[in-house]
Design a protein around this ligand. Structure first.
Ligand code: SAH
Length: 377
């Protein structure tokens, strides 16, 4: 551990209690109504929980004594537990958080030019089989709860405050482990908390959901949310995408792009970020760039080329730097804003597609970090 969290986490775990961190503002308002309290109690609770990070009802001094004692009976504040914390040479910081049931997730903080981007996980493992992603090799364990998703932001804010270096979370990307649209029910309230002015107050432009393209839930998201959208495209045609992003067989490119057009119609003045991992000799040729440029025609777009991060057992190599540069220039000439993602946090396995690969081993090898076997606080 490089530092201890600032707040004492009074985790309680009793069945039948509602975990207040599972509720967004609307959920807390429903709870307030159930307890015959006014809706503004929801805002008070949001501030205590997410801005002041107070977990003990007794310290929530603007709530009536009666309400505090009701909350003690029916509610709890339960967070994941930090078991491991590491800082990379480039300032990237990674936390491993233990969950109920013996699993762990990783959250990565990436500081950059006055910004601080937190890369948040939405599932334990992932059920999609993208061939270039190490999380896919872990298989899928379960969805995270809203509390476990927002708990990652809670933790990062708390740990960064404890550092005293003035670093803060200004952006959140749902690009950690898991497919966020496969866990829509928990992810949506978590994103609402991220942008709620009484919780984390992030700009909706600075909260980005990244998806491999679960079309029905993408359409639903277009109706219910206006956060930023990143789509893991990785191939400019169905034949290749079927192979490297197998969910494409279920939701082919034409359907995916239709849903993306709907998204930009619903969120005017916004563009979609297309993620494209650069795989040597697989998807990085001139003809792929030309096909990609044609495919995205008419959609407000930004293309983010991601150098492939290798992992043990990977069947790909990263495209050479000159290739990535050439691919990027070709797209720029076609009129697309194109950036190359700088790999961060490699030395702590915090880079894209490297998350969680070694968690189990690490914890088994080094039990002093608090073993996963003691899954209950
Ligand atoms: N399931 C979601 C979010 C998680 S992945 C999605 O597919 O978008 C976040 C990003 O990292 C995706 O664009 C993903 O394709 C990319 N990625 C996964 N493995 C990678 C690897 N080994 N190297 C580089 N990028 C990778």
């Amino acid at each position: 551990m490089t530092s201890a969290p600032a707040t004492d986490i009074t985790a309680r775990d009793e069945p039948g209690r509602v975990n207040l961190l599972d509720l967004d503002r609307a959920g807390l308002q429903r709870l307030a109504a159930d307890l015959e309290e006014k809706p503004f109690r929801a805002v008070q609770l949001l501030k205590w929980l997410h801005q002041r990070r107070v977990t003990d009802f007794e310290r929530m001094t603007d709530l009536s004594k009666a309400l505090r004692s009701r909350l003690r009976e029916c509610a709890e504040v339960r967070l994941p537990r930090p078991v491991f914390d590491q800082e990379s040479r480039d300032g990237t910081r990674k936390w491993v958080l233990a969950l109920d049931g013996g699993n762990a997730i990783e959250t990565v903080f990436i500081p950059e030019n006055g910004r601080g981007t937190l890369c948040v996980s939405s599932q334990v493992g992932c059920a999609l089989d993208c061939t270039f992603c190490s999380t896919a090799q872990q298989g899928f364990n379960r969805n995270l709860t809203t509390a476990e998703i927002i708990g990652q932001v809670w933790f990062a804010e708390d740990a960064l405050a404890a550092e005293g270096r003035g670093r803060r979370v200004t952006n959140v990307v749902l690009m950690g482990m898991g497919e966020p649209l496969a866990n829509y029910r928990s992810v949506l309230p978590a994103t609402r908390l991220m942008v709620d002015q009484h919780a984390y107050g992030l700009s909706r432009r600075r909260v980005t959901l990244s998806t491999s393209g679960l079309v029905p839930n993408l359409r639903r998201l277009a109706e219910e949310s206006d956060i930023s959208l990143a789509v893991s495209l990785h191939a400019p045609n169905d034949a290749l995408r079927d192979e490297i992003v197998p969910v494409n067989r279920r939701y082919p490119l034409a359907e995916l792009l239709d849903a993306c057009r709907l998204y930009v119609e619903r969120t005017p003045h916004r563009r979609i970020t297309w993620e494209y991992v650069m795989l040597d000799g697989v998807n990085d040729g001139d003809r792929h760039a030309a096909e990609l440029a044609r495919l995205l025609e008419g959609i407000p777009s930004k293309i983010n080329l991601i150098p492939f991060n290798p992992f043990p057992g990977a069947r790909y190599r990263c495209s050479p730097a000159e290739r990535i540069e050439r691919f990027s220039r070709q797209l720029q000439r076609a009129g697309y804003i194109t950036t190359v993602r700088r790999t961060r946090g490699e030395d702590i396995d915090g880079a894209c597609g490297q998350l969680v690969g070694q968690v189990d081993d690490r914890i088994r090898r080094r039990p002093r970090w608090g073993g996963m076997e003691e899954s209950r606080p």
